[in-house]
Structure formats: C-alpha cells, structure tokens
Design a protein around this ligand. Sequence first.
Ligand SMILES: [Zn+2]
Length: 105
Amino acid sequence: MPLPRNRSRSVKRMPTRTPNGKNVEHYKSKRPGRLGCRICGAVLGGVKNSRRASASEKTPTRIFAGQLCAGCASEVIKMKSRIRIGEMRAEEASHAQREFIKMLK
Ligand SMILES: [Zn+2]
C-alpha cells in the first residue's frame, strides 16, 4: 500500500523498472517547481507556476524571460554585440551562454 501522501491524485505514478528487473512505482508531484536561470541557476522573479494563471501572466515579456535572470540576459546581450564588432570571439563565451547568443539576431 502506498504511503498516505502518495495516495493523493495530485501525485503522479511513474512505473519504473529498477536495475535488478523489478517493476515498481515511483511517485512524482504534478506541480511544477520554481524555475531557475539556465546559466547560473538563480530562482527567476516574476514567473508564476500556477496552473490557474494564464500564459501571459506566467512570464514577463522581456527577452529570455522565463529562461535567464536579468544579470545573465544582459551579459549575453553584451557578449553578442562584442562578438559582432570583433572585440570578442564566440569561443570565449561558456557553452550555456553560446546557446543564447545564437538565438539573438
Ligand atoms: Zn543567471
């Protein structure tokens, strides 16, 4: 019998096969966690994870909103312009930063 906390319908049952071949059920919360910056991991401000909020309520409209914190977003934008004028090479940016630099025109 599952633990009382795992009998709730707000817990998702994940059928899993363990390394020794047993079929077991793992439990996972259906509620999303707090979003973090994809470069530094800081918790993002202004982002709602409520299932009742509308899509436009959930994320700010700034560039890279919901993905990068304000500091990392401005760093990426600065790097893009430095690369454009030849002051910096794309290889000098970290792998995570390059992914976002490519997204900018
Ligand atoms: Zn960040």
